[in-house]
Design a protein around this ligand. Structure first.
Ligand code: PRX
Length: 662
């Protein structure tokens, strides 16, 4: 409870509350009746939500919880995710509606209707089938944020294959781990992507990841690599293994009958940091997952598909992109913006220029982006016409009240409701959020559980805390879009999520119920860090650091950071027998930072690396991260009585004053 106690002390008492505007409420998709309906009969509520999907064979059973904690929802029904996201709109006469306004970083654009996507996914599905990819096969997708990423995911779903999207910022090693764990048969990648005006190579990283293939070595499961031409850069080629997307997909017929799958058929695997160092392959079902994604998207974002232009700024490589770019919005027939680039390329007004140009009405982004824009100043967004916006969303980390107010005032013109949405890769869809038009919001609070979702905050013994108190966030009843497990490891699934409190799903977050019972998220209570909304664990970065020949020991903490929420701060002890170690701490830090980038990816690079002579440990040898966080955040050192050697903190502080190696 270290983190919780600390944050609770610092949480200021928020008294502001913003009631929904009557003009918004009058047309909102959600009404208070949703809560009532779900409260009366939760399962019936989910049955109705699931029936909004297109089923090939209707289901008769709602929930089978007999094999708890592995749920089966709607299990005797059959459907196809791609059919729901695409074909259904064609059948119902919506083929001409724009599905995506794609904006490439260099300024290239594409407008893709649902009919265009329909044609592309059918060709891609035939292409996958021609490579022998079928139901249950795993496909790794390692692409930039381009339309082919969406098409590739949907084409996998169409043939019943299970996609495992790996964020393009991950290293070759991280990609290899994920390919190996899922035993992927195919990798879909691109020659490269565009990043801040230059070309970022992707295919060479795939080549590195697959080095050793086709012997018994790494990624021996991979038969082919399908390569989208995006940047046109030169690309090494392994004959027989590597194939161009346009050679395989473009000549295919644009007719493909979807493969109908059972509701519990795995739709995808998505890897996320685990506390033990190896990433966990969380997997989601088809019927339950789609029900949660589509229902929450309709209610939380108040989508009016005929008129709204919706923009979720996440990358499709994260769960937010899966649920709130690909599956939820497409099932609901949304028109979306898909943007390849970063917020400051070619200038710091790029996002607002896009909002103005496409008349974006709904924007969904992360607090770290909002804080970055705050730093750049309100004069930048104020140069653009943002009057089309009518709803703003936030996700990924707690949003501080100052950022919330800035978002509301500067971006939302004081008229747009803000939905602060709490959820996780594991939950598949939004679990806690205000409902726009219904909930009066408090800056910084995610407010209330979604209809049909049962959440509580409990103490160490698993007992619900009273209003005004804090504890651990738990989910007390199964929900349709819950993860079904960790790929190939039931034991790890049970022990990670279900062993902390009997029968309750342990989220790993601290939370507080305020005096009204509304929920405030307080950050992780485990070794997971949240850096710019990206999830990392202390142990994976420590493993990477100690794999460097200079490093004897490493301890990593997430220190609070004004822009990124948390930042990685590493304390390292250099080996006394290591050769060639630079005498300057800053050079050691630079080399180690690069090492972590190569091993895990740029997102894991420590902001600060401090070279120290010792790290604080308990008598049983456990690193006391709480004390290191005190140092990293420039606070007085907390209680040191449980340290094996109480003088160690003085030694660390003394050494740092001698030379801080940021
Ligand atoms: O700590 C919570 C934080 O992000 C974690 C989940 O990370 P990930 O699986 O990568 O999914 C991120 C996008 C859904 C949670 O355990 N988190 C996410 N949303 C919020 C949040 N913390 C506070 N407020 C949020 N709105």
């Amino acid at each position: 409870m270290d983190n919780v106690a600390h944050t609770l002390e610092n949480l200021h008492t928020e008294t502001r509350s913003f009631r929904p505007l009557a003009s918004f409420a009058a047309h909102a998709n959600a009404t208070a009746y949703e809560y009532k309906k779900a409260g009366v009969d939760r399962l019936e509520y989910w049955r109705e939500a699931a029936q909004r999907l297109a089923w090939k064979t209707p289901f008769t059973e709602i929930l089978d919880w007999s094999d708890a904690p592995v749920a089966r929802w709607f299990h005797d029904g059959t459907l196809n995710a791609c059919d729901n996201a695409v074909d259904r709109h064609i059948r119902e006469g919506r083929g001409d509606r724009v599905a995506f306004h794609f904006v490439g970083e260099p300024g290239d654009t594409q407008t893709l209707t649902y009919a265009d996507i329909h044609e592309r996914v059918q060709k891609a599905a035939n292409g996958l089938a021609s490579l022998g990819v079928g139901k249950g096969d795993r496909v790794a997708i390692y692409l930039p944020q381009i339309p082919e990423a969406v098409v590739a995911m949907l084409a996998c779903a169409r043939v019943g294959a299970i996609h495992s999207v790996v964020f393009g910022g991950f290293s070759a090693d991280s990609l290899r781990q994920r390919i190996d764990d899922a035993e992927a048969k195919l990798v879909i990648t691109a020659d490269g992507g565009n990043r801040r005006g230059s070309h970022l190579a992707l295919k060479p990283l795939v080549d590195d990841a697959l080095a050793g293939h086709p012997e018994q070595g790494p990624a021996a499961s991979v038969e082919h690599v399908l390569v989208v031409r995006r940047t046109g850069q030169d690309t090494a080629w392994t004959e027989g293994r590597d194939l161009w997307w346009h050679d395989v997909v473009d000549p295919q017929p644009a007719e493909h009958e979807p493969v109908w799958v059972e509701a519990e058929h795995p739709l995808f695997i998505l890897y996320t940091s685990g506390t033990t160092g190896t990433p966990k392959g969380l997997w989601h079902s088809t019927g339950g997952y789609l029900t949660g994604a589509a229902q929450s998207h309709r209610l939380v974002f108040d989508l009016k598909p005929e008129t709204d232009v919706y923009w979720c700024t996440a990358d499709v490589g994260w769960i937010t992109g899966h649920s709130y770019i690909v599956y939820g919005p497409m099932i609901n027939g949304a028109t979306q913006v898909l943007y390849e680039g970063t917020p400051n390329t070619p200038h710091e007004g790029r996002w607002w220029e896009i909002v103005e140009e496409y008349k974006v009405t709904i924007l969904y982004t992360a607090p770290t982006a909002i804080r970055t824009f705050m730093k750049w100043g309100k004069a930048i967004p104020q140069q653009y016409d943002l009057s089309s916006l009518r709803l703003l969303g936030s996700v990924g980390e707690p949003i501080n009240p100052e950022a919330w107010m800035w978002y509301r005032r500067v971006i939302g013109g004081d008229r747009c409701p803000i939905v602060d949405t709490w959820w996780q890769t594991e939950t598949g869809s939004i679990m806690i959020s205000p409902l726009p038009g219904v909930t009066a919001t408090k800056p910084g609070s995610a407010m209330t559980p979604m209809p049909g979702v049962s959440i509580d905050v409990v103490d160490d013994a698993g007992r619900p805390v009273a209003n005004g108190e804090g504890g651990y966030l738990v989910i007390t009843e199964p929900w349709p879009s819950m993860l079904r497990g960790i790929w190939g490891n039931r034991h790890r699934y049970v022990s990670t999520y279900w062993n902390h409190f009997d029968g309750l799903y342990f989220a790993g977050d601290g939370a507080k119920k305020d005096v009204d019972g509304d929920l405030w998220l307080l950050g992780r209570v485990d070794d997971v860090m949240n850096v710019s909304g990206h999830r990392l664990t202390t142990t994976e970065i420590e493993h990477s650091l100690v794999s460097h020949p200079w490093v004897a020991e490493a301890a990593v903490v997430g220190a609070s950071d004004e822009v990124t929420g948390q930042a990685v701060v590493a304390f390292v002890i250099v080996r006394s027998d290591a050769h060639g170690v630079p005498s300057e701490g800053s050079e050691v830090a630079a080399a180690l930072r690069e090492h972590v980038r190569r091993q895990i990816g740029a997102l894991a690079k420590p902001r600060t690396i401090l070279v120290v002579s010792e790290v604080p440990k308990t008598r049983s040898g456990k690193i006391m991260r709480r004390l290191l966080r005190d140092v990293a955040e420039n606070r007085a050192t907390g209680d040191v009585t449980t340290l094996a050697d109480p003088t160690v903190m003085d030694a660390i502080r003394g050494g740092l004053e001698a030379g801080r190696a940021d």
